[in-house]
Design a binder for this molecule. Sequence first.
Ligand code: PGA
Length: 255
Amino acid sequence: MPHKPLVLANWKMNLGVAESVTLARAMGRAYVAAKLGRRVELAVAPAFPALAVVRAALGRSGIGLAAQDAFWKAAGPYTGEVSPAMLRELNVRYVIVGHSERRQYLKETDAMVQQKVLACLAHGLVPVVCVGETLAERQAGQAATVVTRQLTAALSGVTLAAAPGLVVAYEPVWVIGTGKAITPHDAEAVATVLRRTLVGLFSAAAVRRQARLVYGGSVDPTNIRAFVDGGLVSGVLVGGASLEAKRFAALLQQL
Ligand code: PGA
């Protein structure tokens, strides 16, 4: 594995600004005290209003900053949107794109996700492209087809050569937030499909150098090792288990 495992903490819309600062400080202390930076790369994704203060709270801990979304335009009359250029100003490194909650509640399409990916890359941000099947799709035996379609669409027109990096997150929709993860075996089967898709779109060398696959969906301190140990994914995207400092530190300690 060329990189340290990557852990992305997705706080979603769960924490207020003050709560985000408190959690960032606690995580920063735990990360430094246990010298976790030697073993794991960590970035946290607070809600937009908390990005700047969380960045300050993380200080020199070595924990990076991620955003939960970005719009595809750099600036202009797009009420309510946040541009990759603004995120760059805040030292954001990773941007979650196409999360299933946005696909579901905000009707984000593969075409929108693709525009966001291109915009992030153009601004030196690393997109974390989320793909995953619903329960109905899995039961119909379509998991591989669905994630391949989502990934191919999201990466249409993308060149890896000049990219700051690319993260693909396999997040089965039916697992997110349930507390019951997919079996590592099933996750690896889909991760294999995704890796093959990436190699087909770029090249094995480019994928090895610049792309990372992570798993997300009910990752917790008891199951994280099983996902990362298989070697097919090189990190995790964590929602619920990242919201409490002690539990999250316990999760990181597993790596
Ligand atoms: P969860 O969320 O860990 O709470 O399942 C993961 C995600 O949606 O990224």
